[in-house]
Ligand binder design. Structure first.
Ligand code: MLT
Length: 262
């Protein structure tokens, strides 16, 4: 019996200490395929959820806040009888991870923040997100996909990894426009998490893609300065979707970090 008002779609693989994987926007849990396979083979229980309104987790509300998503994750942990987990979020997933750590600090064993940003949205960002929400509701997501790809992936990925490019394209095309619009509004309304960084007391790994133009390595630096027990790693030839672009490097970093704390 779930405490959540929605039914969360998820993958749950392996056994051992739990690692929760929170995807970015406008994506779904399939972006973590290589991490689920690797972590579960290396002695962790990897759980990847589709956040509210995205992937196979249906939701038809107008706004999905980061708090809604964090509470859904807590409800899923209750259902799966997991008290505490390492929480790994990429980009929007990092906002949800920040929110989760604020609301449920005792349930966080460690944080992995990839392509993350702590600062909240300013007026210009809020307006741009509302415009994008309207656009996707009016026109669907397909007109925007090709323009998004060069920002999401490093030049080397675009040139040399057609399978990754195709996976990202398909993942975006599967996104429900209502879910995308609701998440845009939720991200527009997100907290300024930089105010919370000093309260994060768990070991934290911050990962940046050197070529990420959406969440630049400077954003990662700021988080690193704010969280006392944090380490920062930068992945070469990786953009915003660094875990898909350089999965071997990303997986090794995460597992080495998790081994130190378990
Ligand atoms: C993401 O990848 O989750 C998005 O870039 C997040 C955002 O729009 O801030």
């Amino acid at each position: 019996m779930s405490l959540s008002e929605i039914e969360t779609a998820y993958d749950d693989a392996g056994s051992g200490p739990a690692v929760l994987l929170l995807h970015g926007f406008p994506f779904d849990r399939s972006m973590w395929r290589e991490q689920i396979d690797f972590l579960s083979a290396q002695g962790w229980r990897a759980i990847a959820t589709d956040l509210r309104g995205l992937g196979e987790t249906k939701y038809s509300g107008d706004v999905t806040t980061m708090e809604d998503m964090a509470r859904d994750v807590a409800a899923l942990m209750d259902d799966l009888e997991i008290d505490r987990a390492a929480v790994c979020g990429l980009s929007m997933g990092s906002y949800v991870a920040f929110e989760f750590a604020r609301l449920f600090p005792a349930r966080v064993r460690a944080l992995v923040l990839a392509g993350a940003r702590a600062q909240g949205a300013d007026e210009a960002e809020r307006k741009s997100r509302e415009d994008k929400a309207q656009d996707v509701l009016n026109d669907g997501i397909s007109p925007f996909v090709e323009a998004m790809l060069p920002d999401l992936l490093a030049p080397k990925t675009l040139a040399e990894k057609p399978v990754v490019v195709a996976r990202v394209r398909e993942m975006i095309l599967r996104t429900d426009p209502r879910g995308a619009a609701a998440a845009q509004r939720g991200m527009a309304a997100r907290r300024d998490y930089s105010a919370d960084l000093a309260d994060v007391s768990v070991p934290t790994l911050i990962i940046a893609g050197r070529e990420d133009v959406i969440r630049k390595p400077d954003d990662a630096e700021l988080i690193h300065r704010g969280i006392a027990k944090s380490v920062l790693a930068v992945i070469d030839d990786a953009g915003h979707l660094m875990n898909m672009e350089q999965p071997e490097v990303f997986n090794r970093m995460v597992v080495n970090f998790l081994r130190l704390i378990h």
